[in-house]
Write a protein that binds this ligand. Sequence first.
Ligand code: FES
Ligand SMILES: [Fe+2]
Length: 434
Amino acid sequence: MTEIQERLATGRGKWTPEFPELGTEPVNYDDCTSPEFFQREREGVFRQAWLYVGRSELLPRKGSYFTRELPGKLASIVITRGLDGKPNAFHNVCAHRGNKVVWQEHPQEESGGFCREFHCKYHGWRYGLEGKVSHVTNESEFFDLPKDTLRMPKLACEEFAGFIFVSLAENPPPLRDFLGDRIGELEQYPFEKLTQRYGFRAHIKGNWKLAVDSVSEWYHPPYVHARFLDKDISKAEKLVPPIDSYHYDLFGPHMITSVPGPPQLPPRKPGELGPAVKDQKWVYRLFRAGLFGPDDTPPEIGPLPEFLNPGGIRSWSNDQFWLFPNLYVQIWGRGFYITYTYWPESVNTHMYDIDIYFVPPKNAQERLAQELIVDSTIEFAMQDVNTIEATQSGLETGANRQFHLSDQELLIRAFHKTNRDAVAAYEAEKGEVR
Ligand code: FES
Ligand SMILES: [Fe+2]
């Protein structure tokens, strides 16, 4: 072990044996290549679960709204802040003849803004903020129109810690029950102070679960991310934290990992760059920021809530909360957070959204520091993406179908099982036999 690795080592033993239900056998990856499983997963997971669609900042006041095109034609929806202050969600489909009601320049593009009611662009029917029909053009020409019951079809919609979720299921459990107590602790984090958002979207040629896999283990960084560490792989291997310095936990369908990282630079005098740090790139030193965040944590964040760093990692960097099925909330010790969402479009493509949130910058230096963090994060994510596309190509040959997962790939083992189990449970409930 190198000095860095010795400093971070905890001597913690194995994790997988603590979850005997997961087994230790090789894992079959047909769930990433089978079109038939893709359809079952769509019904059993994506049409049943609570799905994160956007932050509450998108609905700052009564009458605010935004639309979402859930990929793979899963649904086209409108989310509004009603007159009662609560969020509503409904399908973006007119009750008259099915036109998409809310859009701006192009019907396939998402939009948002503020309004009192929505007007269908086809024949002028109007809808209130809850999605109910409020006006029918030439109403007297219709026959027995049950106007009071007409609406854009309603969806379950709830807000938690400023995250807005919808469910396409008819009777989903309350969101808070679905999230459970451990995820519930996220409410203690001051998300509402981090309103500076940098958002990115990419379309990836790989099954969405391969993307989840790629951020669920820290076995790959010396190889996939060598450019960040050291081009000489043997040196890069010595720079990554040891296997035992990570902390894992599984609870219900959700999961958490805590991750170590480099220590923060000491505070500096205003207007000064601070001491040079060995081996640090000049741009990191100048802006005091990099992949692991800024060295000057914004004071607005205050002391971090106690639920973070549950494993007591010595040089803690971030906690990654996996909210089944497709949201990953990563809270960093240095005062910022990132959401990653993975939306299946087809069995071998998905849409990848990365949103990085900070306290709004107070000056140019802070803004540039944030941009440097964003740039590093996106570069890091895109390095993973290349591997995902290569893995999908490899899997689709069918040459290998069973794969060996190590102890530090515990979350991958758990995630694929949780997903398969959710599909099976849904089918069993429906009385479908497989
Ligand atoms: S389809 Fe909307 S008013 Fe006719
Ligand atoms: Fe990675």
